[in-house]
Design a protein around this ligand. Structure first.
Ligand code: CAA
Length: 384
């Protein structure tokens, strides 16, 4: 790992995180992948170590850590098992951070202590069957009824959906487009909240991904987060931070591929020589090593901007775009180095490949990131 003068606390956290994950996750990840389910006993253990509260302040039960520490945690999780990273990242990074940044004091008191310790899981209900990239045109509707809101509609591809205790649901309370969207905190045991697991995924098989249906789901006015009509900006703002997490998690995939190919190529022999002694193998290893450093630095740059309270959304898009595309490339090259062994699940590289693939899709596709970067560079909006 590149050393950019991490503080002692950051280095200590990285070591604790890696040791823990190498013992508690890495030995089981292939079986969890086959089972299409992590052993959920890992969730309270991750909570004890502080993964779910990395950037949540101590007063709400978190570690109160900085965003570079957050990136370190997400990288280590991505190196170990992206399914586990997804569980943490969505519960804390998307759900928890929304409550922290936009919630009332009562909402923070109600939800953050449980989220920060992993005792409760959150999920993020934005994507719908007909509106993925075009999130501003979502159709789920919340209608006022006395002092309550009644929600009807559906969501799809929701990480943690079937395991979560609470969901931040984005629903239309006004007219068409982004300005008509509001956000609500909805406990998943509310009558009419229906969840169904999605099976047969290419990767991220250990985490639960669900479709959600809302049939007259009634919540009080106090469930609204932020202002009426302010939900889309809350979603975009939290996705900016989520993209830093994806960038760091993908750095972990690239780093994992690097370690795997170095280990394999220095022990495996062909034509009477170490694989590592072949120039074409070194070419791939050098590329993966370079991409690990570049992905890490892009993620840390965005994290540093967050820490300093500066605009970071385009830097987050660049980190996510680069790291996710390079994670796919790294895993693909790693399989090439491993040859036939790379194609079976005795070794981790095929799992890295399958897990990496969704990273170019969720939390904004590579094309959406490019259009955001292009809009920032040119001032011309390609979404109109
Ligand atoms: N932060 C705060 N506000 C923002 C913002 C941001 N990053 N981006 C946009 N806004 C504001 C704009 O300023 C604008 O407000 P004003 O009108 O007051 O100026 C408003 O939001 C609308 O912005 P746009 O005109 O840019 O909106 P758009 O409809 O053109 O959409 C988009 C832009 C970039 C395509 C957006 O829809 C988008 O990011 N789509 C991708 C959705 C996505 O990432 N989905 C991921 C699903 S979640 C997931 O994967 C979770 C999981 O379980 C892992």
């Amino acid at each position: 790992m590149v050393d950019l003068s991490l503080s002692e606390d950051q280095q200590a956290f990285q070591k604790i995180a890696r040791d823990f994950l190498d013992n508690e996750v890495v030995p089981h990840r292939a079986q969890w992948d086959r089972d299409e389910r992590v052993d959920t006993a890992i969730i309270p253990k991750l909570g004890e170590l502080g993964f779910f509260g990395l950037t949540i302040p101590e007063e709400y039960g978190g570690l109160g850590g900085d965003y570079i520490t957050y990136c370190i945690g997400m990288e280590e999780l991505g190196r170990a098992d992206s399914s586990v990273r997804g569980i943490v990242s969505v519960s804390m990074g998307l759900f928890g951070k929304i409550v922290l940044d936009h919630g009332t004091e009562a909402q923070k008191q109600e939800w953050l202590p449980g989220i920060a310790t992993g005792e409760k899981l959150g999920c993020f209900g934005l994507t719908e069957p007909d509106t993925g990239s075009d999130a501003g045109n979502l159709r789920t509707r919340a209608t006022r009824n006395g002092s309550d809101w009644v929600i009807n509609g559906s969501k799809i591809f929701i990480t943690n959906g079937s395991w979560a205790d609470v969901c931040i649901v984005f629903a239309r309370t006004g007219g068409p487009g982004p300005k008509g969207v509001s956000a609500f905190l909805v406990p998943t045991d509310t009558p009419g909240f229906i969840r169904e697991e999605i099976h047969g995924k290419l990767g991220l098989r250990g985490q639960v991904t669900s479709s959600l249906t809302f049939e007259d789901v009634r919540v009080p006015d106090s469930a609204m987060v932020g202002q009426e009509g302010g939900g889309f900006k809350i979603a975009m703002n939290s996705l900016d931070k989520g993209r830093v997490s994806v960038g760091a998690g993908c750095t972990g995939i690239i780093q994992g591929c690097l370690e795997a190919v170095v280990d394999y190529s220095t022990t495996r022999k062909q034509f009477g020589r170490q694989l590592a002694s072949f120039q074409m193998i070194q070419d791939m290893i050098a590329q993966i090593s370079l991409d690990a450093d570049a992905a890490r630095l892009l993620s840390w740059r965005a994290a540093d901007l967050i820490e300093r309270g500066l605009p970071f959304s385009i830097e987050a898009s660049k980190a996510k775009l680069f790291a996710s595309e390079k994670a796919v490339d790294a895993a693909n090259m790693a399989i090439q180095v491993f040859g036939g062994y790379g194609y079976v699940d005795e070794y981790p590289v095929q799992k890295y490949m399958r897990d990496a693939r969704v990273m170019t899709l969720y939390e904004g596709t590579s094309q959406i990131q490019k259009l955001l970067i292009g809009r920032a560079e040119t001032g011309v909006n390609a979404f109109l």
